[in-house]
Design a protein around this ligand. Structure first.
Ligand SMILES: [Zn+2]
Length: 415
């Protein structure tokens, strides 16, 4: 925790609310919290503050990635190699994944299977470096669904976190929901459809039935309004998940107009994971989906579905998470709307908007300082080299431009 008050002065502030930027801004941080933000000329800084000059740079909230798999890395081999890897290897490789994510400007992630309570606590306790971690632990799936990695001959590779929890029938899904919550899950992930990387089945195949999804949503809501995240790419699962009241649709590649309308009405979030949809090399099974996905997701964006940034990192490399902003803009969001998707909207999806997601008084001091102006060129945020400073809970996590070395004290500097 930085104990002396800290004031960033002179940069362009994009506060994450979607409001226009403030030029020549100041942001005051005290005891790990933001206590003031606005035009520098109006700041009355405390006398003993450290002053960090961020002139010609942009100050933003720490970003979110609402869909990661921290225990996974691309190029681990086939599904069999991944599923048979020692559990300790999977946990340990999340250490560099966490570090790279933080250095890319992401200060909060929601891990949608793989990371467990130990990883979350290790970051909280400062044993390893990383963004704060919210966890789903494992995906709840029907027999033969997207999260059922048992082979046809009965070999079960689903052990350990990251495997699915297989259930059938509403009562069994109530039990499965209680089980992940008992293990410390912050949200509940379900497989409402098949997927491109399913062990069997197609993206348009059904996952949990409407009654099973309702059972999960109702049970999760009884435990402190826990949100349900539905993996749903196409087919009836999209509609059923939205109607049952899930908080977010993950992927949503083939949303129809009626379901888009219902998402707008209900405020259901869409986490489109474009980084993974468009990853190279474009496999032929994926190419069939990308054209329609581009058209349907653009329609959902234009209709005003709330969008939150998520990458499915783990299938793509960790540490280039903010490339997703560029892809969101490519699919039709304005640069400002993409930044909102990665900050305040993501914080709302995760239920932490009271303390994170914007640069406003009372929020935790999670800040990013970037070279360049993302409103004219959103791609500057995609390159971690342009993220010159990361502050999390008021703690300095990255400072490649050595802005802290050049700091001055109020009184000696012109504030
Ligand atoms: Zn995923």
């Amino acid at each position: 925790m930085v104990t002396r008050p800290l004031v960033f002065v002179g940069g362009r502030l994009i506060d994450g609310t979607g409001r226009p930027p403030v030029e020549d801004a100041a942001v005051l941080c005290e005891s790990g919290l933001i206590t003031w933000a606005g035009p520098r000329a109006r700041l009355a800084a405390p006398p003993n503050a450290d002053v960090i000059d961020v002139r010609s740079r942009t100050i933003l909230p720490g970003f979110f990635d609402c869909h990661t798999h921290l225990t996974m890395r691309p190029g681990e081999g086939d599904a069999l190699a991944r599923l048979t890897a020692p559990q300790s290897l999977r946990v340990l490789q999340s250490v560099p994944n966490l570090r790279d994510t933080l250095l890319a400007g992401v200060t909060t992630v929601r891990d949608l299977s793989g990371a467990d309570l130990g990883t979350k606590l290790a970051v909280e306790r400062g044993l390893i470096r990383g963004p704060r971690v919210l966890i789903a632990i494992r995906i709840l799936s029907i027999t033969g669904g997207h999260g059922d990695w048992r082979s046809a001959n009965g070999v079960d590779l689903t052990g350990g976190s990251g495997g699915g929890a297989v259930a059938d029938g509403p009562d069994a899904f109530v039990r499965a929901t209680r089980a992940v919550l008992q293990e410390g899950a912050d949200c509940v992930k379900i497989a409402a459809s098949g997927g491109m990387s399913s062990p069997r089945g197609e993206p348009a195949h059904g996952g949990l039935s409407a009654a099973e999804i309702e059972a999960v949503v109702t049970e999760a809501a009884r435990h402190g309004d826990v949100a349900v995240a539905a993996h749903a790419q196409a087919g009836p699962g999209l509609r059923d998940a939205v109607r049952a009241g899930v908080r977010s649709i993950e992927h949503g590649y083939h949303l129809d107009d009626a379901t888009i309308g219902e998402m707008v009405e209900r405020g259901t979030f869409l986490v489109p994971t474009l980084s993974t949809l468009l990853r190279e090399p474009e496999a032929s099974d994926r190419r069939r989906w990308t054209g329609t996905a581009r058209e349907r997701l653009a329609r959902a964006f234009a209709a005003g579905v709330p969008v939150a940034l998520g990458t499915d990192a783990g299938l793509v490399p960790h540490g280039t998470n903010l490339r997703e902003l560029e892809l969101l803009v490519d699919f039709g969001l304005s640069p400002m709307a993409a930044i909102v998707a990665g900050t305040s909207a993501a914080a709302r999806l995760c239920g932490v908007d009271g303390e994170l997601g914007t640069v406003e008084p009372g929020k935790r001091a999670d800040l990013v300082v970037a070279d360049g102006d993302p409103l004219t060129r959103i791609g500057v945020l995609a390159d971690p080299a342009n993220i010159v400073l990361v502050l999390k809970d008021g703690q300095l996590e990255k400072d490649t431009a050595e802005l802290f070395r050049a700091k001055e004290k109020t009184g000696s500097a012109t504030v």
